[in-house]
Design a binder for this molecule. Structure first.
Ligand code: ADP
Ligand code: ASP
Ligand code: MG
Length: 407
């Protein structure tokens, strides 16, 4: 008998019929003698619909209330899946995140899990029931509901697998596994049999939304092997696990694209020490993640500072940047939303030169302009025009001979 945690994403539970499809899979697994805990996302586009509903009431809905609203989406799926299992004669009970024992840090819409003590889940499993947990949520020490950030149900699942000491953590989604690039963007994308935590973390952080970055981080920290696979067939998917010597050797493993980016430019900043520190510490204090940064030198003792943030964070960022820009005597602050980040990822890059040049050549061959470049040991990212993302991904995929572009 194995202890298995399964997570089903929004598309997989998108209708009553699909909930029954999931219930049959779960019941089959439980009937084979396994203890099964299931984490579910909200049905289909529910989270987006709830956000739109909130915005129809208020342009800036309070974050506390938004969290209260969004957590209902996952609760609906959890209750319905438990009912479907019951209907199939498979004993089950559902739990909200807090009932499952998830304690969060109090950040309403991007909370971290501080502690996970799954007492009730364990009890249900011991009673021979399937435990169904609402993903993407927890409660802070005051009992207020928090969400874990978009895509956060993956993190609930991996954290639950770690807390229970599960034998398997399966993430069921609407693709067959992790591909060399989003298969909806590049048809020649190839499925990977495995990917290391480090590479997957880069892919996820850089926009491959198939896994929530913090789920990968949690898996790495607790040694949880994550199996990403389809809820619509029985195929083996992709294993996310520790790298082993035998498995290295490929220079570029995958490409990630992120269209959820905005570029902010602070124009005409006086060229004095300490100004960048002022601007970025003000942004950091608001908990906003800044990604690519460049400072371009102009004449007459002035610079322009450009950086990217998540599109959702633009208003929050401007609210802190504008006063600081005024204070230091900058001339203007502009926002440009039509940008995207394209990145190549691969642990093998550390030992190879020429990867950046090949990537730039691929973009140049398509006439795509690079606005900002950033590199780390295992990735290279370029900021480009959002409308060229697909061309860029296809050209880079071909250039590196990934997936079905392999010669
Ligand atoms: P779920 O609702 O199951 O959590 P998501 O929509 O969050 O599913 O993630 C799955 C989607 O991630 C896929 O439909 C696919 O379009 C996208 N995706 C982006 N990059 C990749 C990649 N490298 N491999 C697989 N899927 C990817
Ligand atoms: N329902 C949430 C979202 O759409 C969480 C998730 O699906 O993982 O972001
Ligand atoms: Mg997801």
């Amino acid at each position: 008998m194995a202890l298995i945690v399964q997570k089903y994403g929004g598309t997989s539970v998108g209708s009553v019929e699909r909930i029954f499809n999931v219930a049959r899979r779960v019941a089959g697994c439980a009937r084979s003698g396994n203890a099964v805990a299931v984490v579910v996302s909200a049905m289909g586009d529910t989270t987006d619909d709830l956000l739109a509903l909130a915005r129809s009431v208020s342009e800036k809905p309070p974050e506390r209330e938004t969290a209260m609203l969004l957590t209902t989406g996952e609760q609906v799926s959890a209750a319905l899946l438990a009912m479907a299992l019951d209907k199939l004669g498979c004993p089950a009970c559902s739990f909200t995140g807090p009932q499952a024992g998830i304690l969060t840090d109090g950040v309403p819409l991007d909370a971290r899990i501080r502690a996970f003590n799954p007492v009730k889940v364990r009890q249900a499993l011991e009673e021979g029931k399937v435990a169904v947990v609402a993903g993407f949520q927890g409660a802070d020490p005051d009992g207020l509901l928090n969400t874990l950030g978009r895509g956060g149900s993956d993190t609930t699942a991996v954290a639950l697998a770690a807390a229970l000491g599960a034998d398997l953590c399966e993430i069921y989604t609407d693709v067959d596994g992790v591909y060399t690039v989003d298969p909806r963007l590049v048809p020649a994308a190839g499925k990977m049999d495995f990917i290391s935590y480090d590479e997957m973390l880069e892919m996820a952080s850089l926009g491959a939304k198939v896994l929530h970055p913090r789920a990968v981080d949690c898996g790495r920290a607790h040694g949880v092997v994550i199996h990403v696979r389809s809820s619509f067939n029985e195929e083996t998917g992709t294993l996310v696990k520790e790298d082993t010597a035998l498995e290295t050797g490929t220079v570029v493993r995958g490409i990630a694209c992120d269209t959820d980016q905005a570029k902010i430019a602070i124009i005409g900043v006086p060229d004095r020490p300490g100004i960048a520190a002022r601007i970025f510490s003000a942004i950091g204090q608001r908990g906003i993640n800044v990604d690519l940064i460049v400072q371009s030198i102009r004449r007459n003792g002035e610079n322009d500072i450009l950086f990217t943030v998540r599109a959702d964070d633009v208003d929050k960022t401007l609210a802190v940047v504008k006063p600081v820009a005024d204070e230091v005597g900058a001339r203007d602050v502009c926002v440009h939303r039509g940008v995207a980040k394209v990145s190549v990822i691969g642990a093998g890059m550390m030992h190879h030169s020429g990867v950046a040049a090949s990537m730039f050549e691929a973009l140049a061959s398509e006439g795509i302009n690079i606005e900002i470049i950033s590199t780390s040991e295992i990735r290279i990212s370029c900021l480009i025009d959002e409308t060229r993302v697909q061309d860029a991904a296809r050209a880079i995929h071909r250039k590196f001979g990934l997936g079905n572009d392999r010669q």
